[in-house]
Ligand binder design. Structure first.
Ligand SMILES: Cc1cc2nc3c(=O)[nH]c(=O)nc-3n(C[C@H](O)[C@H](O)[C@H](O)COP(=O)(O)OP(=O)(O)OC[C@H]3O[C@@H](n4cnc5c(N)ncnc54)[C@H](O)[C@@H]3O)c2cc1C
Ligand code: SF4
Ligand code: SF4
Ligand code: SF4
Length: 412
């Protein structure tokens, strides 16, 4: 009850991650949710507030020093990993690490929390209790998930002695840790390296425009379909009432904006959970190992199915990994090879972001793209990958190099 006599305030709005630890801890029900530019923020009703200070005690921003894991500053190696089961890998966004770890927890009677699409295509944190439900949590969804009451639920499962694996963005894991205040032997946490999250509202606007244009209803969405390979993961699959629709970047203004770092939550532009604080709050961090093999040879034939990077942050993380080591291929790689991953660093807020957001509220996605983030040279490079496929592009590059070498030899 450290708040007695304290001036009650929540953290600065620009830093608030929307984890809602404060709301879930408030016994007086004095915290409601306000919507600002489509993002959710907590708001105290001081007529109901009992000044107990619990909301301040659990805020991961106000209490940022409560770190648990290792610091990876100066790390020299990282684990490259991928599931030995090709089906799991193809169904996942990256190497299928989440599914492998989660299956093990579920098979032992544990609970797994993660982000799943709801019937109305809103993204929410939910829990599952059996392997058959795992697919709903699989794959990266590039929108902020509504955390709901999942911290309170986790706490009640933990108190009943159930094992819980909680998965989410680093700020969501930090929120959970801060909410619980104490450590539990039966709690495991996994976070995904995170570039940032746009709001549900702008994703809903995108879907509404798509549905109106194509006279259909979107019932599922996969941001990372691998039909053209993992590294060509710039292809969005919309499952609609009229069947499957693949959307290339030019037909996909939402994805284009995301890659150009537009419309992220304000806290993502000054994220407190990356670089030096990476993995401080979770037991294990997973990411895409995008540039693997670019500097140093990497021998793997089915590389287009996806390769992840795993960063072990705690002993618990180590034991999670050990338990499923027979289901994963794992290789040590240099940290410098992984350090180029953009998710390790804060997204840079585009100078016209706020102006573009205001414009988007009044105009269509297509009009906003044309004015604020038109397709450039990079897009056409990416399209090349999509059209020709990963393997062929690599072959073409090798062929080009051989021809160059040959020409040089002929000249000399
Ligand atoms: C918003 C977002 C941004 C990301 N940015 C990067 C990046 O910049 N660089 C990088 O290397 N990797 C990034 N990732 C992680 C990467 O895409 C893979 O999710 C990760 O490597 C795990 O892959 P997997 O195959 O093991 O599991 P997957 O099957 O892909 O498992 C996905 C896991 O992520 C959770 N999840 C999915 N969407 C959300 C969400 N919106 N909020 C919270 N949890 C979610 C699921 O519940 C599940 O636990 C990002 C992921 C997300 C969700
Ligand atoms: S101080 Fe206590 S009662 Fe007031 S909003 Fe915070 S948690 Fe709720
Ligand atoms: S606890 Fe989470 S939602 Fe509440 S103020 Fe802090 S960061 Fe924002
Ligand atoms: S970028 Fe940082 S603040 Fe934004 S969702 Fe990811 S972890 Fe949270």
């Amino acid at each position: 009850m450290s708040g007695l006599g304290k001036k009650i305030h929540l953290c600065n709005q620009s830093q608030c991650t929307g984890c809602m630890a404060c709301k879930q801890r408030c016994k007086a029900n004095a915290i409601s949710v306000k919507n600002l530019n489509g993002f959710l923020y907590p708001e105290i009703d001081f007529r109901k507030c009992k000044s107990c200070g619990m909301c301040m005690d659990v805020c991961p921003i106000l209490n940022h020093q409560n770190k648990i894991g290792n610091c990876h500053k100066g790390a020299t190696s990282v684990i490259a990993a991928w599931s030995k089961n090709p089906e799991i890998r193809m169904k996942s966004s990256s190497g299928g690490i989440f599914s492998t770890i989660a299956s093990n927890v579920l098979k032992k009677g544990g609970i797994v929390f993660g982000a799943a699409w709801q019937k109305d295509m809103r993204l929410a944190h939910v829990y599952i209790e059996c392997v058959e439900e795992l697919d709903s949590l699989r794959r990266s969804k590039y929108v902020q998930s509504d955390i709901g009451e999942s911290y309170s639920l986790t706490e009640s499962f933990l108190r009943k002695g159930k094992s819980v694996l909680f998965c989410g963005t680093p700020c969501q894991i930090a929120g959970l840790r801060s909410f619980l205040k104490q450590s539990y032997d039966n709690l495991y946490t996994l976070d995904v390296l995170c570039q940032g999250v746009p709001s549900q509202a702008i994703f809903q606007k995108y879907l509404a425009e798509y549905e109106a244009l194509h006279k259909t209803k979107v019932i599922d969405c996969n941001f990372r379909t691998k039909i053209r390979g993992w590294r060509c993961g710039l292809l969005l699959l919309l499952q609609t009432t009229k069947g499957k629709k693949y959307c290339f970047l030019n037909k996909n203004e939402y994805y284009n904006a995301f890659f150009k770092e537009f419309f992220m939550r304000e806290s993502c532009y000054t994220c407190k959970f990356k670089e030096h604080d990476l993995g401080y709050f979770s037991d294990i961090t997973v990411a895409d190992f995008w540039r693997i093999g670019n500097k140093e040879k990497f021998d793997i034939s089915d590389y287009e199915k996806g390769v992840s990077a795993i960063i072990v942050n705690t002993d618990k993380g180590q034991s999670l990994l050990k338990e499923c080591s027979d289901q994963l291929n794992m290789v040590d790689r240099k940290w410098s090879e992984f350090a180029t991953n953009g998710g390790l660093y804060c997204s840079k807020k585009p100078s016209r972001n706020d102006e573009a957001l205001a414009y988007l509220c009044q105009h269509s996605w297509a009009e906003t793209q044309k004015k604020y983030f038109p397709l450039g040279k990079k897009y056409f490079m990416q399209l090349r990958w999509l059209v020709f496929g990963e393997k062929n592009i690599r072959r073409l590059s090798r062929l080009k190099q051989m021809v160059k070498c040959l020409m040089r030899k002929i000249k000399t």
